[in-house]
Design a protein around this ligand. Structure first.
Ligand code: CU
Length: 357
């Protein structure tokens, strides 16, 4: 059997926590094996012939053909995630969810691929620990009260009604916990809201019910295009997920800071991609902005996240992150392909005012 470290290398998983993730998955799969073989031996077993253990495949988000609901790999991974959830180990995303798209029965977040998304995930994990400890503490108090102070064990109850020290403690301690949570929370908010200096600025426009994108002239663009959802058949042909794949993807380079201006053309929409951890309202007459940066190439899907009418569920977002060289090549092709759509002068003007000095 290959070592976990070499498995991480062969699967191109360079994250430092890859080996530990795989170890957890491996241990859970071993437990599952024991469970399956025990239940297969039972006379009325319903689980014979299940696929033997294998490591979950973590594929790059841009590899085609990974969306096979019901396939045994998916089932095994789901089992692992459910087991983790049952154990209370809420590990958002990590090795158990793919980057860029949801999976059937997924528990936890999609993989984080931008610094903001990593911050969001870390904050989430910290909060899960805090609430778990508080819940267990309260449970322990309740059990103590039930056992020690029931009528049988404690027939003559104390008539105490106040305890100054205790009241100060149960006021101050929760305040300290909340302040402790608020500090990283505001830091995260600031990180999301304050735009870094943009290498590339594009504009996303929400329409009923599709997205349009504009690439400004002064950054090698000068074109705009509409992006519609593919039908289920076309998405399956392209090896992409149904209801998320689009005809014209937003292409952007890896390793660059991208600022996205978001506006609504008709009603309020919301431009949201989970793996990149942004969700920005697209409001008519107001220019909102958000940003991301990722070193990981792949395709990251999102959806309009504001109820915007009848086809709200059918206006997905697909952001394909490629190498800077491929991006330049795509810009050249896109300029020709979308030449008839023309550019928009306002994008150029707005682009100049995006950075915070
Ligand atoms: Cu919408």
């Amino acid at each position: 059997m290959p070592s976990l470290a070499s498995l991480c290398r062969t699967k191109n998983l360079n994250r430092p926590d890859c080996a530990s993730d795989l170890f957890v998955v491996f241990a859970l799969d071993q437990a599952r094996e024991v469970y399956v073989s025990a239940s297969s031996a039972a006379p009325f077993s319903t689980s014979p012939g299940r696929t033997p253990h294998s490591f979950p495949e973590t594929r790059r988000a841009d590899e085609p053909g990974q969306f096979r609901a019901g396939d045994s790999q998916v089932t095994i991974r789901n089992w692992n995630r459910s087991a983790l959830a049952a154990l209370g180990l809420s590990i958002p995303g990590h090795a158990f969810a793919a980057a860029g798209h949801p999976e059937p029965y997924q528990i936890g977040f999609q993989d984080a691929v931008s610094p903001v998304a990593e911050f969001v995930h870390d904050f989430h994990t910290a909060l899960v620990w805090i609430i778990s400890i508080i819940t267990l503490f309260v449970l322990a108090l309740l059990v103590t009260v039930v056992v020690k102070f029931n009528e049988k064990a404690n027939p003559v109850p104390s008539r105490t009604t106040h305890h100054t020290g205790l009241e100060i403690a149960w006021t101050i301690i929760p305040v300290l916990i909340l302040v402790g949570i608020a500090i990283p929370s505001f830091r995260l908010l600031k990180y999301q809201i304050e735009l870094p200096k943009a290498d590339i600025t594009i504009k996303a426009i929400g329409n009923q019910w599709y997205w349009s994108y504009e690439y400004p002239q002064d950054q090698g663009g000068g074109f705009k295009f509409d992006s519609y959802m593919l039908t289920r058949e076309d998405a399956a042909k392209a090896g992409q997920p149904a209801l998320l794949a689009v005809d014209n993807e937003v292409v952007l380079p890896a390793g660059k800071t991208v600022v996205i201006q978001v506006v609504g053309a008709d009603v309020i929409h919301s431009f949201s991609v989970p793996s990149l951890a942004f969700r920005m309202d697209a409001i008519p007459g107001r220019l909102n902005q958000t940003w991301f940066k990722t070193d990981r190439e792949g395709i990251y899907y999102g959806q309009c996240s504001r109820l915007c009418g009848q086809n709200h569920a059918f206006m997905p977002i697909a952001i394909r992150v490629v190498s800077p060289e491929k991006y330049q090549a795509w810009l050249g092709e896109a300029k020709k392909k979308f030449a008839s759509n023309g550019g928009d002068e306002t994008v150029k003007v707005a682009a100049r005012s995006t950075t915070v000095e």
